[in-house]
Ligand binder design. Structure first.
Ligand SMILES: [Zn+2]
Length: 97
C-alpha cells in the first residue's frame, strides 16, 4: 500500500491497484467471509452459491448507502479468499461495480 495523506497514494484491491482518491466512503475493517471457529486451513472452502446469496445483498445495500470500498481484513488460514471476492458476479473488487 502506498498511502499518502494528500490523496495521491494507491491501494491494492483484489482486481488491482486504485488511487486512494477513488476509494470514497470506506469500511476499514470487515470480514466478508470467514471460517473463524473452524479448523484453520490454507485454502478456504465455501458453498459459493449460498455464500454469494447471503453476502451480495449486503454489498448491494452498502453500495446504495454510498460505500465504495471495503477493506477485508480476513487473514490466511481463517477463510481469506481474494479469488472468490474477485469472481463474484458483477463484482470488481469494489462495492460499487
Ligand atoms: Zn477483524
Amino acid at each position: 500500500m502506498n498511502l499518502n495523506l494528500d490523496g495521491t497514494g494507491t491501494i491494492m484491491t483484489v482486481t488491482g491497484p486504485i488511487s486512494t482518491a477513488e476509494m470514497g466512503l470506506t469500511l476499514p475493517h470487515e470480514h466478508i467471509m470467514s471460517n473463524f471457529g473452524a479448523e484453520p486451513a490454507w485454502k478456504a472452502e465455501y458453498p459459493v452459491a449460498e455464500l454469494l446469496g447471503t453476502v451480495l445483498p449486503y454489498l448491494e445495500k452498502l453500495s446504495k448507502l454510498g460505500y465504495r470500498t471495503i477493506l477485508d481484513c480476513t487473514t490466511a488460514y481463517f477463510g481469506r479468499s481474494p479469488a472468490l471476492l474477485r469472481s463474484a458476479p458483477g463484482r470488481s473488487g469494489r462495492v460499487d461495480s
